[in-house]
Design a binder for this molecule. Structure first.
Ligand code: NDP
Ligand code: 2IT
Length: 444
């Protein structure tokens, strides 16, 4: 396999999908050597079968807004790969959603899920519906209309959706309710459900906490602790909030958070009380991060990302391609020595090269943010058993899964000079598991 040729072939067949090409390109470059040590992979054309999704479902979603106007959006589900378990991955509601973005997310999810050690295949779905400014009733009607189409393609042993950008507990509740009505069964077809109807304790916290556990593992390889470290976080949604919560409890100083309008810089650090304010602002009032700066009298920068502020550690937790090459170089010049990705593909290829060339601790999202889907996997287990575990039990399982993912990255990513390339480690480890499962199940 020649990774450039494979990529060029995919670009010809699937033009105008830059995010998908970007995600595939990174994985192909990482696994090329390992792949070529297995002639049987090439004989079975494993690479194309792994890069091209099993299927894509796309549909129109029609709903009525509060003013009685009939609205349409596009809905999608990319079922990428089910070699190691039922399709599994989040649903994203954001105006930017298109097939390319969901294909990149479903592709990455496949490797991420393989890393978790749990039996889950990879998928992603979503809509270009923009939840900003919508009433609860509009959100409910949209979720119901979305599921009216999607329900026939999902199920507890087929495909299990969850949240992502723009989809949290409220939306999962509405979608699950509609699914249950149509399917006439109360099963674990969604994860991230409310605690009263089958949700798992710790699922809201899992991605952020998991990322911090992964960061702790990386820091430990250099004998560094988290206490007293200055951290820049982007985003102020689910992942950012619980990343901040865990960091604060461990004595780190979180100085930035952001949303799509701008970022706040609080040199004194966001305390527990201030974080409570952010959680209420974002989760209940659905306000803007700017209001934090107004309340606490700190700096707010409109239309910018936080990477120009000095920090030891950066934890991008908003969206894809939110750190470019120039921003990566600024972070490095300001002394940043660790980047652990809560978001999916937040660093551009140029930014990743800068981090790897500087040999800092750099964890790609598919390893560092795998805690979310891991606890989703644990939610599926609890649902199958018709049991629910304590928060302590789920948290301790999450911790050991993150440690295991870290060990896999070290095993497959340690370079001759001892530097751990976590990108390579995560990609090779995830790939080998999925590839082996595919080989053993025949040509499908
Ligand atoms: P939320 O919707 O809860 O929060 C997203 C945050 O990112 C908001 O602050 C939002 O700002 C900001 N944001 C979204 N899009 C953009 C954009 N285009 N430019 C700038 N800021 C943006 O989502 P999550 O916290 O769940 O997801 C954040 C990231 O983490 C995503 O990359 C997601 O794929 C990834 N992830 C999520 C997991 C989960 O369990 N939820 C698991 C693993 C990864 P605003 O409020 O203005 O929209
Ligand atoms: O990107 C992700 O891993 C998620 N949005 C969570 C997926 C899940 O099924 O919990």
């Amino acid at each position: 396999m020649n990774s450039t040729e494979v990529l060029n072939g995919l670009k010809r067949r699937f033009p105008n999908e830059p995010e998908y090409h970007q995600a595939v390109s990174e994985v192909l470059a990482s696994i090329e050597d390992v792949y070529n040590q297995h002639p049987e992979f090439e004989e079975y054309n494993l690479i194309e079968r792994l890069c091209i999704p099993d299927r894509i479902v796309s549909f129109r979603v029609t709903w009525v807004d509060d003013y009685g106007r009939v609205q349409t959006n596009m809905g999608y589900r990319i079922q990428h790969n089910c070699a190691i378990g039922p399709y599994k991955g989040g649903i994203r509601f954001h105006a930017s959603v298109n097939q390319s973005i969901l294909k990149f997310l479903a592709f990455e999810q496949t490797f991420k899920n393989a890393l978790t050690t749990l039996p889950m295949g990879g998928a992603k779905g979503g809509s270009d519906f923009n939840p900003k400014g919508k009433s609860d009733d509009e959100i409910m009607r949209f979720c119901q209309a979305f599921i009216l189409e999607l329900w026939r393609h999902i199920g507890p042993e087929t495909d299990v959706p969850a949240g992502d950008i723009g989809v949290g507990g409220r939306e999962v509740g509405f979608m699950f309710g509609m699914y249950k009505k149509l399917a006439r069964e109360h099963t674990g077809t969604f994860t991230g459900k409310g605690i009263t109807f089958g949700g798992s304790l710790m699922r809201p916290e899992a991605t952020g906490y998991g990322n911090v556990y992964f960061l702790q593992q990386m820091l430990a390889t250099r004998g560094i602790g988290i206490e007293g470290k200055t951290v820049c976080i982007s985003g102020s949604g689910n992942v950012a909030q619980y990343t901040a919560e865990k960091l604060i409890s461990l004595g780190a100083k979180v100085v930035t958070m952001s949303d799509s309008n701008g970022y706040i810089y609080d040199p004194d650090g966001i305390t527990r009380d201030k974080l409570d304010y952010i959680m209420h602002l974002k989760n209940v009032e659905r306000g803007r991060i700017r209001e934090y700066a107004e309340k606490y009298g700190c700096k707010y920068v409109e239309g910018a990302r936080p990477w120009g502020e000095k920090c030891d550690i950066a934890m991008p937790s908003a969206t894809q391609n939110e750190i470019n090459g120039e921003e990566a170089r600024t972070l490095l010049a300001n002394g940043c020595f660790a980047v652990s990705e809560g978001a999916n593909m937040p660093s551009t290829p140029e930014a990743i090269d800068a981090f790897l060339n500087a040999k800092i601790l750099y964890a790609p999202g598919k390893a560092a943010n795998a805690g979310g889907v891991s606890v989703s996997g644990l939610e599926m287990t609890q649902n199958s058993q018709k049991l629910s575990w304590s928060a302590e039990e789920v948290d301790s399982k999450l911790k050991s899964i993150m440690e295991n993912i870290h060990s896999q990255c070290v095993k497959y990513g340690t370079q001759p000079d001892g530097y751990v390339n976590y990108v390579k480690g995560a990609n090779i480890s995830g790939f080998m598991k999925v590839a082996t499962a595919m080989m053993e199940q025949g040509i499908l």
